[in-house]
Design a protein around this ligand. Structure first.
Ligand code: TXA
Ligand code: MG
Length: 353
């Protein structure tokens, strides 16, 4: 089992951080909190260490990793070109939940970039991640610390559940605050393209890059080559999840729940509080339904923070079906939450008109 180091999230203990940093430098695997989700870190310039990440996660080698660094100045050695917009973006969003895709320098192993000529880089904001990067004094490649295609971990317990016997150290810095992954912005083409919506909102990016485009979220699997994190079956619980979206969402979800119950199934209904109450009123109480709230309808930040934990809890019920209600909106974290729910459904989407 992994060595568990519990640290204060804002003032992490020096000794624990040094221990984790030494493990990274020696080629080990260290799970650590970032402000988005927990990462599974390894020395980014050590190809053997990086290969261990893929093995531990059972992640296909075709899915590239994000390289985390302490400071924007540490990006220069990793890239062939540093477009001026990086300075502007860094000044506004780093440290923070923004990942930039840039041309790769030869020093970055092809294991990190999945054989590609671009590299994704990010300066995380979490004090534990920052302390670890500073103590390690090497860039740290880190995907989310979950088994491939499972919901990302937002607590150390999630990491231990998925990877406890496959990592050397888990640094427990409590639950992460944002709860969905970083925004991935590809700067290698014109105009820049958001490959994955995340912690930095589109409207905030647009203030600096007015023509930024969002890669359409409903991509199919063949189109997902540029960022395999866009694979449809991603972030999914094991229990089949059906997503209900559209205008008359609560009645449609209620009908689907009733149909499932009539067929003898046990279901989890996952929705924001108001929608959940409306569905529950229609369906009535039935021991075969587990009602699970994602949080207040208008508190998208809290919904995002709890999303992956709720998906894991919904899965743990062991029901036949999870029926989830899509959240509305296109501002702030809404595109990221919508994207993750959509992927969790892996194509099982009912549209209510
Ligand atoms: O918030 C986050 O980004 C978290 C924390 C740990 O930093 N990390 C994370 O990593 O979500 P991961 O590996 O689960 O997701 C990285 C995403 C994937 O969709 C991957 O395909 C994409 O970034 N990506 C990485 N390198 C890329 C590249 N060179 N070009 C295009 N997409 C890339
Ligand atoms: Mg991931």
């Amino acid at each position: 089992m992994a060595e568990l180091l519990t640290v204060d999230p804002t003032h992490p203990d020096r000794g624990a951080i040094d221990r984790a940093a030494a493990c990274v430098r020696a080629g080990g695997l260290v799970a650590f909190p970032t402000e988005t989700v927990y990462g599974l870190g390894a020395h980014a310039l050590d190809a053997t260490a990086v290969r261990r990440i893929f093995a531990a996660k059972r992640r296909p080698a075709s899915d590239p990793l994000i390289v985390h660094v302490s400071h924007v100045a540490d990006v220069a050695p990793l890239v062939r070109e540093l477009p001026p917009v990086v300075t502007t973006l860094a000044a506004r969003f780093w440290p923070g939940p923004l990942t930039l895709v840039l041309p790769r320098a030869a020093i970055v192993p092809l294991e990190v970039t999945a054989g590609g000529e671009t590299v994704a880089v990010r300066v995380p904001a979490h004090p534990v991640a920052r302390a670890l990067l500073e103590a390690a004094r090497v860039p740290i490649a880190a995907p989310s610390a979950n088994l491939f295609s499972r919901p990302s971990p937002t607590q150390a317990a999630h990491v231990a559940h998925d990877l406890g016997d496959r990592v050397d150290v888990i640094v427990d810095g409590g639950p992460t605050t944002i709860g969905v992954e970083s925004t991935v912005l590809d700067l290698t083409g014109t105009p820049p393209v958001v490959l994955r919506p995340g912690g930095v909102s589109l409207e905030a990016l647009r203030e600096l890059i007015p023509d930024v485009r969002l890669r359409h979220v409903e991509v199919d699997e063949q189109q997902a080559q540029a960022s395999p994190g866009l694979l449809l079956r991603h972030y999914s619980p094991r229990t089949p999840l059906t997503l209900v979206e559209g205008q008359a969402l609560a009645p449609r979800l209620a009908r689907e729940a009733q149909a499932q119950l009539a067929a003898g199934a046990r279901v989890v209904v996952l929705a924001t509080a108001g929608v959940l109450a409306a569905v529950r009123q229609t369906v009535g109480d039935d021991g075969r339904v587990t009602w699970m709230s994602l949080g207040a309808d208008d508190a998208l930040d809290a919904v995002a923070a709890g999303l992956y934990a709720r998906l894991r809890e919904a899965d743990a019920v062991g029901a036949d079906q999870i029926l989830a209600a899509q959240v509305p909106g296109d501002a702030g974290l809404a595109p990221a939450v919508r994207d993750r729910l959509h992927r969790a459904a892996a194509g099982r989407v009912l549209t209510a008109s």
